[in-house]
Design a protein around this ligand. Structure first.
Ligand SMILES: [Zn+2]
Length: 187
């Protein structure tokens, strides 16, 4: 492909947007984690790992922004290794890939859609935790919660996330050792 936008190289855009979506079904008797925060509830989110629907959507948004494989590809649900795993692992891997690609997180915004529990009382704690994980200020993490009006998804939690990445200004710190140019050793 000539002059393709799929090519990588020196023409890195200064900013990149990423979008992530995830959903998990509620199951009784398991812990509920949303945004890396444990919420008191009689049901938790089942499925892949600890079912943290928000962290999964954030990780996918980060990965999508740099056109990397999504978390389903990086951490296959079929691999028993990831059963019950802390989703922070997935987010950290996505962030590492973002940084390796030469980008940092500018801000993110999320919409959670679930019937219960109410997110309002926990929103501040979730924003603080997500900001800490992303290494951004709390006012760079948006979080809205909605009830699933007309969606018939009362027994599920859905998360939509957008992230904005900005190119890091670190030309003096190449990500990989360049071949052919010996590094000056530190003496
Ligand atoms: Zn998920």
């Amino acid at each position: 492909m000539k002059n393709s936008i799929l090519q990588t190289g020196n023409s890195k855009p200064a900013i990149r947007i990423g979008y992530g979506f995830d959903s998990h079904e509620f199951r009784p008797g398991i812990p509920l984690r949303i945004g890396g925060v444990a919420l008191a509830h009689d049901k938790g989110l089942g499925g892949h790992s600890d079912g943290d629907v928000l962290l999964h959507a954030i990780a996918d948004a980060l990965l999508g922004a740099i056109a990397a494989p999504d978390i389903g590809a990086l951490f296959p649900p079929s691999d028993p290794k990831w059963k019950g795993a802390d989703s922070v692992i997935f987010l950290r891997e996505a962030l590492k890939r973002v940084r390796d690609a030469g980008y940092g997180v500018a801000n993110m915004d999320a919409s959670l859609i679930l019937a219960a529990p109410k997110i309002g009382p926990h929103a501040a704690a979730i924003r603080v935790r997500v900001a800490e994980l992303l290494g951004v200020h709390g006012d760079c993490v948006g979080l809205k919660a909605k009830t699933p009006e007309g969606l018939h998804t009362e027994n599920a939690a859905l998360a939509h996330v957008v992230v904005l990445l900005e190119k890091l200004e670190s030309p003096e710190k190449p990500r990989k050792r360049q071949t052919g140019k010996p590094r000056r050793s530190r003496l």
